[in-house]
Write a protein that binds this ligand. Structure first.
Ligand SMILES: *Cc1c(COP(=O)(O)O)cnc(C)c1O
Length: 448
């Protein structure tokens, strides 16, 4: 690292030539070059963990779906739209989630799916008299709000762990809480965390946490919004006691498709229900898309067997088609390859931060061990909000700000080069050195 900071002090070209050498040695996959051409005005997009870019083929496929399937086919197109939830679910299961066919469907939003699965776990989980849900204070807001509302309505209890802000949830923290509160041994119904922390980017040890949850007689529900498409997940494989099993042994999961999966704004989220639990668990929203033999229009609700029973209402078709097309593209590249490239790019960003940005007051708020982080890097700076705005407005570097003092940057594997990362750091350095952000006021805009 010291060698990089020495280089940063030398004429400004030398780290850039190292970036060019890295790009020559580790080029983007050819299909990614075609699908994600450079953005207009040399814009550097490092916010694909919030809204993923639009691949060329997804744009073309959506145009065709709008013109032909909707425009001409109209209601007749439902014939091949009707099975989109499970068809795209299977694609995600195989390409990204390590799940079996019939365990994943796309439907609703992540928020609604989390509600449905947490409700099912509390009502019909391993033991009906269990009434405690465990999460952590740093979990994504929607997760905390949903769980808090659910326990209020069902007369259950939410235990919220306060954890180290960089490291994220751990098996030790769950085990400590179980030791501290002996009543949880008979009361814990559900453990629910995000796999990758939306602020620090910390990657939780899913298999280890699942083992602790299972030993305590609880189910585990994961939010994979910041992992799917960035970090390979193996939901179904069993985790053995030594932790060397390939899989994580998860019970339930949800996640977004518009971040690393490039499904587009408001694309339907996915849910995962382990096959062995599908019979026991009933979701609370008894809609017609979850009904057995839907078009028989039967008088009583009778849930469809399997993952279809977890659907509710009409599929957002255009979003589902976008997820299918973009997900197909990414699975062609392969999640293993994407993850390898992502670890290298986030490592490069951390190295450049140490060399170029640390002297300006930035510190790395993301685990430095690549195996312990997801696809983004958070940089802490007391003026992060104004810097983030100035970067967007004046330097065409699109990252985002997260309270209270974090600038998040995601060098997404399928569309970012090593030179892009250097360019972004160089623009950040120039902007902060000039004090361009100091002319903005500190009032927050509605969307950060
Ligand atoms: C982005 C994100 C969500 C978003 O949920 P929506 O219902 O799509 O708004 C949920 N959870 C996590 C962890 C996220 O990062």
């Amino acid at each position: 690292m010291s060698s990089l900071s020495e280089e940063a002090d030398r004429p400004r070209g030398s780290l850039r030539s190292r970036a060019a050498a890295l790009d020559a040695a580790h080029p983007l996959p050819p299909v990614a070059v075609t699908e994600f051409p450079p953005l207009p005005d040399a814009t550097l997009y490092l916010d694909g963990n919030s809204l993923g870019r639009l691949p060329m083929r997804t744009s073309a496929r959506l145009g065709e779906a709008v013109t032909h399937e909707w425009g001409h086919g109209l209601v007749r197109s439902w014939e091949h739209w009707i099975d989109l939830p499970s068809r795209v679910g299977d694609l995600l299961a195989e390409g990204f989630l390590g799940a079996r066919p019939g365990e994943v469907a796309i439907t609703d939003s992540t928020t609604v799916n989390l509600y449905k699965l947490a409700h099912a776990a509390l009502r019909d989980g391993l033991a009906r008299d269990r009434d405690v849900v465990l999460t952590d204070a740093a979990n994504f807001p929607t997760d905390r709000y949903v769980l808090a509302g659910l326990v209020r309505d069902l007369g259950a209890e939410l235990v919220v762990l306060s954890l180290d802000s960089i490291g994220g949830p751990s098996a030790e923290a769950v085990a400590d809480e179980l030791r501290r509160r002996s009543d949880l041994a008979n009361r814990l119904a559900l453990v629910s965390f995000s796999h990758v922390d939306y602020r620090s980017g910390a990657l939780a040890d899913m298999a280890a946490i699942n083992r602790v949850a299972h030993r305590a007689g609880a189910l585990a529900l994961w939010d994979l919004s910041h992992s799917v498409g960035a970090v390979p997940v193996d939901l179904t494989g069993d985790a053995d006691e030594t932790g060397t099993g390939a899989g994580s042994g998860a019970d339930l999961a949800v996640g977004c498709t518009y971040k690393y999966l490039n499904g587009g704004p408001g694309a339907p989220a996915f849910l995962y229900v382990r096959r062995e639990h599908q019979k026991r668990l009933r979701q609370p929203v008894q809609g017609w898309f979850g009904q057995r033999d839907q078009f028989a229009m039967a008088p009583e609700y009778d849930p469809a067997p399997g993952i279809d029973g977890f659907l509710t209402g009409t599929t957002p078709v255009l979003g589902a088609i976008a997820v299918e097309t973009s997900g197909g593209l990414l699975s062609e590249i392969g999640i293993g390859r994407l993850r390898e490239r992502s670890m290298a790019l986030t490592g490069w960003l951390i190295d450049l931060t140490d060399a170029m940005l640390a002297p300006l007051g930035f510190t790395v708020a993301t685990p430095r061990d690549a195996r312990r982080r997801g696809g983004h890097v958070a940089l802490r700076h007391p003026d992060a909000y104004r810097i983030s705005r100035a970067l967007t407005e004046q330097a065409r570097v699109i990252g985002d700000f997260r309270e209270p003092d974090l600038l998040r940057l995601a060098p997404v594997a399928a569309s970012t080069t090593y030179t892009d990362v250097w360019d972004a750091c160089s623009r950040i350095r120039d902007l902060v050195e000039r004090g361009a952000h100091l002319r903005l006021d500190t009032r927050r805009s509605r969307v950060t």
